[in-house]
Each structure stands twice: as structure tokens, then as C-alpha cells.
Design a protein around this ligand. Structure first.
Ligand code: GUN
Length: 282
């Protein structure tokens, strides 16, 4: 079988064009959506992600502010900045890029962000809302993966979805989102015994482990939809996913490439969450 490659870049452009209409409608009513992104320290990957977020805002006509703080910023200073942005009327969405330096309690930071501006959906109030199926800010990466499935017309209801990886940012919310669409969900971890016996049963396989090439073609059910959330840089500089694309594409029915699969959708959903936060102020 030759799989269909899911073109995340093209789908992201299509979805952004839909959301741009809502930005224009807000502007016609005198509101420009605003996103503030705080970055603490010099993590190279984080800097790239933040630059991409700021650029995506500009392309959409969304106001953005990048607040870059030095790595030795005291936790109290960061909390003060969050308090200030929580109260700023022109800022509708606020996020702190993770990871934060070790001397800062990441959980305390996430809980300090006003839940109605928490466009990452990481505050416990928003996590709870997701669990109960009333999420206002679905976390961006799993929401982007769900959007890819929807846009490709891949049925979820009644299917067996297997998620590999149990992170708060991807694995857990992904499992919940699939469950809310009436999939039968198996959530695996890096410690799952005989992982292949689970993945081979997946109609939809979502992989978010951060381990390059962990899932190979022989671990995939023929015809399955394979969503690879991993982005790993190999020593030779090449970017690869958690799925061995070459062997997997011979078995899967649908597959996302890395780069160009889930990646472009993450920021798209961040823009969507920011626009919705602005709409809720009307
Ligand atoms: N670091 C890696 N992914 C994310 C994300 O989605 N949001 C934030 N704030 N930090 C991240």
C-alpha cells in the first residue's frame, strides 16, 4: 500500500484563511486580537518557536508582543510580568514558552496566567474543562492533529486510536480529544510492554514520544492513519519524527511527514485560540 501524505502546510494555510475572516470581522468592530509571548532564557529551539509564533501573528493581522527575559530572571519578576499582561486589555492571549529555567517553578507560572487568556490551555481550570468536554482553549498541538484528521475526512467515531506518549502538552489531551469524538482510546507510554501489540491494532496512531524513528512500519496496521507529533534533530542536522517515515509510508493509509505535518498546525491553532479569546470580549 502507498499511503497518502497529509500536507500539514497546505491544510494550515487553508485553516488560517478561514480564521483570517474572523480577524477581519473583529477589526471591523474595533478589536485587534493580541497575543503576548514570554520567553525566559536562550533555549535555541524555544527562540525559533517564539519567532514563528510572532511571525504567524503578523501574517494574520494579529497584534503580538514578544517579552524576552534573561535566563536568571527571578520567578517573582516573571510572575509580576504575567500579572501585568493578565490585566492588559489589548492582550487577549498570553503564554510562557516552555521549558522555563530550572530555578522557576513551571507549574506556578502556568497557574498564574489568567484562565481566560490561557491560549495554550495549560492552566488547571482549562485542563479540567478539557477532561469534562467543555474546553475553551484546546491545547494547540493535539488540536492541530485533530484538525488534520478532520480535514482529511478520516473517521474517528468507533475507531481504535492509540496514542504513544503521555505528556501533558500532547499525549494526554490528544487521548481525551479522540475520546470525545467517540474513539476507543489506548494511551501508551514509553514503558508500555510489547508496544507493537498495541500500535498494530490502531486505526489511528498518534506518536509523541520524542524518540526518533521509534515506530517502524512493522508496528503499523495496514491502512492506518499515522500522525507523527515528534520533531527530533539528528546529529547530522536532519529533522525527523518519532515514526520511521520510509518504512511506515509503505503500510499506513495516511501519514504526516516531519517537517510539514503536525508542526504548521500547532501555531495555526494558537492563532485560533487567540482569536476566540478576543471574540469572547465582545
Ligand atoms: N514548548 C513546547 N511546546 C510548547 C507549547 O505548545 N506551548 C508552550 N508555551 N511551550 C511549549
Amino acid at each position: 500500500m502507498t499511503s497518502r501524505i497529509i500536507d500539514g502546510k497546505a491544510i494550515a494555510l487553508e485553516v488560517r484563511a478561514e480564521w483570517k475572516l474572523r480577524v477581519d470581522a473583529l477589526k471591523a468592530r474595533g478589536i485587534t486580537p493580541g497575543l503576548a509571548v514570554i520567553i525566559v532564557g536562550e533555549d535555541a529551539a524555544s527562540k525559533v518557536y517564539v519567532s514563528n509564533k510572532v511571525k504567524a501573528c503578523a501574517d494574520m493581522g494579529i497584534h503580538s508582543e514578544r517579552i524576552s527575559l534573561p535566563a536568571n530572571t527571578p520567578e517573582a519578576t516573571l510572575l509580576e510580568k504575567i500579572t501585568e499582561l493578565n490585566a492588559a486589555p489589548h492582550i487577549h492571549g498570553l503564554l510562557v514558552q516552555l521549558p522555563v529555567p530550572k530555578h522557576i517553578d513551571g507549574n506556578k507560572i502556568l497557574e498564574a496566567i489568567a484562565p481566560h487568556k490561557d491560549v495554550d490551555g495549560f492552566h488547571q481550570i482549562n485542563v479540567g474543562a478539557l477532561v469534562s468536554g467543555h474546553s475553551k482553549f484546546p491545547p494547540c498541538t493535539p488540536a492541530g492533529a485533530m484538525k488534520l484528521l478532520e480535514k482529511c475526512g478520516i473517521a474517528i467515531e468507533g475507531k481504535h486510536a492509540v496514542v504513544v506518549g503521555r505528556s501533558n502538552i500532547v499525549g494526554k489531551p490528544m487521548a481525551l480529544m479522540l475520546l470525545h469524538k467517540n474513539a476507543t482510546v489506548t494511551l501508551c507510554t514509553s514503558k508500555t510492554q510489547n508496544l507493537a501489540s498495541h500500535t498494530r491494532n490502531a486505526d489511528i496512531l498518534v506518536v509523541a514520544t520524542g524518540k526518533p524513528h521509534m515506530i517502524t512500519g512493522d508496528m503499523i496496521k495496514p491502512g492506518a492513519a499515522v500522525i507523527d507529533v515528534g520533531i527530533n534533530r539528528l546529529p547530522d542536522g536532519k529533522l525527523v519524527g518519532d515514526v520511521d517515515f520510509e518504512s511506515a509510508k509503505k503500510v499506513a493509509g495516511w501519514i504526516t511527514p516531519v517537517p510539514g505535518g503536525v508542526g504548521p498546525m500547532t501555531i495555526t491553532m494558537l492563532l485560533a485560540n487567540t482569536i476566540q479569546a478576543a471574540e469572547r470580549t465582545l
